[in-house]
Design a protein around this ligand. Structure first.
Ligand code: ZN
Length: 663
């Protein structure tokens, strides 16, 4: 499970404790220097439509011992080696499309200025989203301008004219392959047929009845001559070329890893060779049992958000090291996980008698690719396999340097627009960042890790189907919202007693505002697709319908969602959480579907239009993609004697390097 950043949650909270100024967008690039003071270096690099491009920094890297740097270097190469897999999973033509537009961007000589600017805009969005679909709305974005001019530019740059002609509808026609993941295509329509991703080919949900799917997570399912065939992702199967490279680098990494991590890497290599479920389980177990390594990686077919069925994994990789300073708070929560489990506001039969092995760290990311980069989560809890979680526990990480980069790059001018009163703004200013970080920690560490299935009710993913991801994200959010208001967090020293009430109020206000502000991300239609957005909408709209904690008010023609009573808010959260847990534990698909259909999916497009208009005035981005740090090995007499880190501060340069087009 991942937790995505919701800019709106930080919308009014951009005031770091150290009162640094807003991001210095006009300052000189800090080039390759490892760590100038955070206030002086460049975070926000550029804006592309409604996306921000931000540089990610990993300050602690240069002080790591050589052994850990060497380990990271090999894992970093493994992460880059698989990058194209996820782009291909997004759409069957995506890599071919990328080849054409990258050629034009890299060879602009002779292309007219208007066409070039449009291709550059489109290509940057393509890079950020790993394909031609917006990651938030799941909808295709297209090239504007004349197809003829584009074809001429492609020809000038040396692209194959036949391919350009064939792909013209993908580049220009928004009605062709419109939605990458469509879980609610409307009555009588098939979710697989309505989704443009490349996890399936020619398959409908009806075809799956009675089909024995052996490689649910790691295969592409294809209908050939009326029969279903699983193209397994493994070293001699689909994506074999990329997987061979990944395995080579993982193999090289092993000798620099601590024993439990070396064991996990070995298990991962085995899984990449066989593709078998039992080997994936062995890998999950080995990974979760490695609780000590200061360096870690996630590499494989992990999250299922791209699949409308919620079964097939999108490829991703992250490489990171523990941020020792920031790990203290998250450890405190993790150490007390059993107390939280015992006090969950749900039926005792859904509580775990012993919560096992929650490992929680604040980490700094060195590189993220595939499903987790350039657009990155801010928190991750794995593995997703419920049976392994219950038996062996899970590991949670909070991505500290990603959060920091979000904070530093958020425009300061946003404060005020969606808050009802100056007091609300002041609270957000003082407590917002901390409140959001703490809720995120609890979401990951005690949220996803909590609860158990009812007797005889197995895998909740299978039972709750396409509603599962949003339900599970909602459950984890509710746990954060519930416990931030518990006196226990004061007792544990996480929040000072004097600040507790204001911190809680700040978080509830921020969460409430977000249900409205997040609508800016969906420019078309009147329906939410993305799971985290659905769950946040569901929670706030449920509270509005079932409690008196939130009021919708209007002033000067502007709508506001105002959190008016924190006690009622928390009571409501407790009630909703009890029901959400019951739905998960009992696998009550019908109740999940009804909950989201009522509160989570549909919204008033007029309200969205208003929000978009207000946001546009403020020039607020809808989402952020990150330029990753770059590693370079230092070789002395054929031996690697150091690995240096630098910050390219240029999306185009990094992406063309990744594709091997530029050095
Ligand atoms: Zn989550």
């Amino acid at each position: 499970m991942t937790l995505r950043h919701s800019l709106a949650l930080a919308l009014l909270t951009f005031v770091p404790a150290c009162s640094s100024p807003a991001p210095a967008t006009e300052s000189k690039p800090a080039a390759a220097t490892p760590a100038p003071p955070p206030t002086e270096r460049k975070y926000l690099l550029e804006r592309v439509d409604d996306a921000s491009v931000v540089q990610l920094y990993a300050d602690g890297f240069s002080t790591l011992p050589l052994k850990q740097k060497s380990l990271i270097w090999h894992l970093y190469q493994a992460a880059l080696a698989g990058r194209d897999i996820f782009i291909d999973q997004k759409h069957k033509d995506a890599l071919e499309m990328r080849g054409i537009i990258e050629r034009i961007v890299a060879n602009p000589q002779g292309v007219d200025a208007t066409t070039l600017a449009e291709v550059q805009r489109y290509t940057k969005l393509f890079w950020l989203n790993n394909g031609p679909y917006n990651n938030l709305t799941a909808r295709k974005f297209v090239l504007t301008g004349k197809p003829d001019a584009f074809a001429a530019a492609a020809k000038t740059a040396g692209a194959d004219p036949a391919a350009v002609a064939r792909l013209q509808p993908m580049f220009f026609d928004p009605t062709v392959d419109t939605i990458v993941t469509n879980k609610t295509p409307g009555a009588g329509k098939d979710i697989l047929q309505s989704s443009a991703n490349n996890l399936y080919s020619g398959v409908t949900m009806a075809d799956l009845k009675g089909f024995d799917e052996k490689y649910g997570l790691n295969s592409r399912l294809v209908k050939q001559n009326g029969k279903l065939v699983e193209e397994v992702y493994r070293i001699d199967g689909r994506y074999g070329k990329q997987i061979t490279e990944i395995v080579k680098h993982l193999d090289a990494a092993k000798e620099f890893a601590e024993p439990p991590m070396a064991k996990a890497l070995e298990a991962l290599i085995t899984f990449y060779r066989t593709g078998e479920v039992k080997d994936r389980e062995q890998y999950d177990i080995a990974w979760v049992q490695d609780k000590v390594s200061p360096v870690d990686t996630i590499n494989g077919f992990i999250e299922v958000y791209l699949d409308p069925r919620g079964i097939k994994g999108g490829w991703e990789a992250l490489v990171f090291y523990v941020n020792q300073e920031k790990t203290g708070r998250i450890k405190t929560i993790a150490t007390n996980a059993q107390w939280f489990e015992d006090h969950m506001p749900w039926d005792a039969k859904y509580r775990k008698a012993s919560v096992q092995g929650i490992v929680a760290n604040a980490i700094d990311v060195v590189v993220e690719t595939g499903d987790s980069g350039p657009i990155t989560p801010i928190g991750i809890n794995l593995p997703n396999d419920q049976a392994i979680r219950e038996k062996f526990g899970s590991k949670s990480v909070a991505l500290s340097n990603v959060n920091e980069a979000y904070d530093r790059s958020t425009p300061g001018s946003m404060r005020g627009e969606f808050a009802w009163s100056p007091e609300e703004v002041a609270r957000a200013t003082q407590f917002g960042t901390f409140a959001a970080e703490l809720t995120t920690d609890m979401h990951e560490v005690i949220g996803h890790a909590s609860g158990k299935q009812a007797e005889g009710k197995g895998n909740p993913q299978a039972l709750i189907k396409e509603e599962f991801s949003a339900l599970e994200e909602g459950r984890a959010d509710l746990i954060g919202l519930y416990f931030i208001a518990d006196p226990k967090v004061v007792e544990l020293g996480i929040i000072p007693a004097a600040d507790h009430e204001a911190t809680v109020r700040t978080e509830y206000e921020s969460y409430t505002r977000n249900a409205m502000v997040q609508l800016r991300r969906i420019r078309e239609g009147s329906q939410i697709e993305e799971d985290h957005m659905r769950n946040r909408q569901m929670i706030v709209r449920w509270l509005m319908a079932n409690t008196k904690a939130i009021e919708e008010r209007t002033r000067d023609g502007k709508t506001y969602l105002v959190m008016v009573d924190a006690k009622l808010f928390r009571d409501g959260v407790g009630k909703l959480l009890a029901e959400v847990q019951r739905i998960k534990s009992e696998g009550d698909y019908a109740a999940a579907k009804k909950l989201f259909a009522t509160y989570g999916v549909h919204f008033d497009p007029k309200l969205r239009d208003q929000v978009v208009a207000r946001v546009e005035k403020l020039n607020l981005p809808s989402y952020t993609g990150f330029v990753m740090p770059k590693l370079t090995p230092v070789m002395t007499n054929g031996q690697m004697t150091d690995v240096t880190i630098s910050y390219p501060q240029d999306l185009t340069q990094q992406m063309l390097e990744y594709s091997g087009i530029r050095k």
